[in-house]
Design a protein around this ligand. Structure first.
Ligand code: GLU
Length: 436
């Protein structure tokens, strides 16, 4: 178990997003103040409370949220997460990220996010089904195929999406409701490739970044050493995809801790161990490391793929990776961003690196609207093209920002990605014309 650490920096998710937005604003001097204010506030925040009779017979009250941050580009899009520490501010911050992510990826969506405060590890499948159905019925017509479209996020999966679809379909009989939610099982209109899309997008972004902007001899994944924090849907699949691409996974962790092996982990043995023991910790022939020590290991590529604020004021000085790829949402705090920039460690930001999930969600939505099923290869090829294009746009914007600024302050890739995204939303908002 990791030891308790104290923080002096502000770790509030919404405040962090505003700070990141403020950094980008410096390069968007022509944006009107009123428009900036509008982009800093969520359009709509819904909080619901509801009782559930859980399997042990007791009645418990759960709190749920759905935040639509912005819908200038199209309907809200974003996941639903189940987590005991969730609060409204976190959901707002995550909805912000979805707005920027969808804009950066040129998807016809605004940003949204939702969740229920609960601990799925302590609830049965029946409890989770009841919670999901009740939550979706409480949201009523605030979600819909053309208004706000949920998807999987932390501790929700294909099964959760099936219950969301089924509940909405029962509430709206007689029409094609499949596009109301993405990340569904294939049998219910899910897309091939959606399950591993986030991890595959992380791989695409990393490969293309290294190819376009090599790091002193590191221009592909062949032989590159990789450390991954997190063994959920993204971390575990990314480990296999990076391994197949020629990289060596030297350390990986889950919420209980991590394992390290300099020569590279045996991923088959690791999966088996995780399945049997419910943790990666204790895998034969490996050294145990805490989640914090794992982040500070020497490696070429560090992939935080777990929760937010993991690289922060307290550990950033010790980071030794050559590049960080944000597979999780918001794993690096603003103070840590500054230090990494000063240390010359590039960060491929979350809204770029982990956009593969929402990109294939968009493909699923399109297939549902047209009653089509694209092949696995078709989906992966379209995903790769979208990721490559976005990497190039961010690198170009980064170069332009550096060339155009009048001081010699360094600029990071997060700021460049945000400038592209905010510019797109601002342009669309203004060309639609402010209502009325
Ligand atoms: N939850 C994922 C994200 O944070 C996917 C969202 C979606 O597919 O709509 O990007």
């Amino acid at each position: 178990m990791d030891k308790e650490v104290t923080f002096t920096e502000d770790l509030d998710s919404s405040n962090i997003r505003i700070k990141q937005f403020d950094r980008a604003r410096r390069h968007l001097a022509d944006l009107k103040q009123g428009l900036i204010e509008f982009l800093c506030h969520p359009k709509r925040s819904i909080c619901v409370s509801f009782p559930i009779e859980v399997e042990d017979g007791s009645i418990r009250t759960f709190q749920g949220f759905r935040v639509l941050h912005n819908n200038s580009l199209g309907p809200g899009k974003g996941g639903i997460r189940y987590h005991p520490d969730l609060d409204l501010s976190e959901v707002v911050g995550l909805a912000f990220l979805m707005t920027w992510k969808c804009a950066l990826m040129n998807l016809p969506y605004g940003g949204a996010k939702g969740g229920v405060v609960c601990n799925p590890k302590e609830l049965s499948e029946v409890d989770l089904r009841h919670i999901t159905r009740r939550f979706i019925s409480e949201l009523g017509d605030n979600i819909g195929p053309y208004t706000d479209i949920p998807a999987p996020d932390m501790y929700t999966d294909e099964k959760t999406m099936s219950w969301i679809y089924d509940t909405y379909d029962i509430m709206h009989p007689g029409r094609n409701n499949r596009p109301v939610v993405t990340g569904k099982p294939i049998s219910l209109g899910g897309s091939f490739g959606r399950h591993e899309a986030t991890a595959r997008g992380v791989l695409n972004a990393t490969e293309h970044f290294l190819n376009k902007s090599p790091l002193n001899g590191l221009d592909d994944l062949d032989g590159a050493t990789v450390v991954i924090q997190g063994y959920g849907n993204v971390g575990s699949i990314a480990a296999h995809l990076f391994r197949q691409a020629g990289a060596k996974i030297i350390a990986i962790s889950d919420s209980q801790g991590g394992v390290y092996k300099k020569a590279g982990l045996d991923l088959i043995a690791l999966d088996q161990h995780k399945q049997e023991q419910n943790t990666v910790v204790g895998l034969l022939d490996t050294t145990s490391v805490s989640n914090n020590d794992l982040l500070t290991l020497e490696c070429d590529i560090l992939i935080p793929a777990a929760i937010g604020n993991q690289i922060n004021q307290n550990n950033v000085e010790q980071i030794k990776a050559r590049v960080i790829v944000e597979a999780a949402n918001g794993p690096i705090t603003p103070i840590a961003d500054d230090t990494l920039l000063a240390k010359g460690i590039p960060v491929i930001p979350d809204i770029l690196a982990n956009a593969g999930g929402v990109i294939v969600s968009y493909f699923e939505w399109m297939q549902n609207l047209e009653n089509e099923q694209w092949t696995y290869d078709e989906v992966n090829e379209k995903l790769r093209r979208k990721m490559d294009k976005a990497v190039e746009i961010v690198l170009d914007c980064h170069k332009t920002l550096i060339a155009n600024q009048d001081d010699d302050k360094a600029v990071d890739l997060r700021t460049a990605a945000l400038v592209v995204a905010i510019r797109r939303i601002a342009d669309v908002t203004l060309s639609r014309g402010i209502w009325p």
